[in-house]
Design a protein around this ligand. Sequence first.
Ligand SMILES: [Cu+2]
Length: 115
Amino acid sequence: MKTSINATLGTIALALTIGIVPPVFAANMEGMDMKPAADATKTPQPVPAEVRKIDVTTGKITLKHGPIANLGMSGMTMAFPVKDPTMLKTLKEGDKVSATFDTVDGKATVIDLRK
Ligand SMILES: [Cu+2]
């Protein structure tokens, strides 16, 4: 008797869960369509930058960069670790680049770099 009641409650709970999930998911999808500007500030976007210094051995690059919206950083010159040090091999000081930044292990990091 007890087992059968528990089984019934379990079935009801499962039915409710299945019934609730799709509308929540649909609401989130609508929210994404409605607020492209809010998402744009969080999504890493390419930022114009100029190469000031390259250190292949430490995998760091010093960039004079424009405002980085997704990191809330204004334009300045600073050194960044790069996600993939092979990105540095084709660059030299003075190159104008398009750099994409994100937080990796709590540090502002160059995740993409192209001329
Ligand atoms: Cu900076």
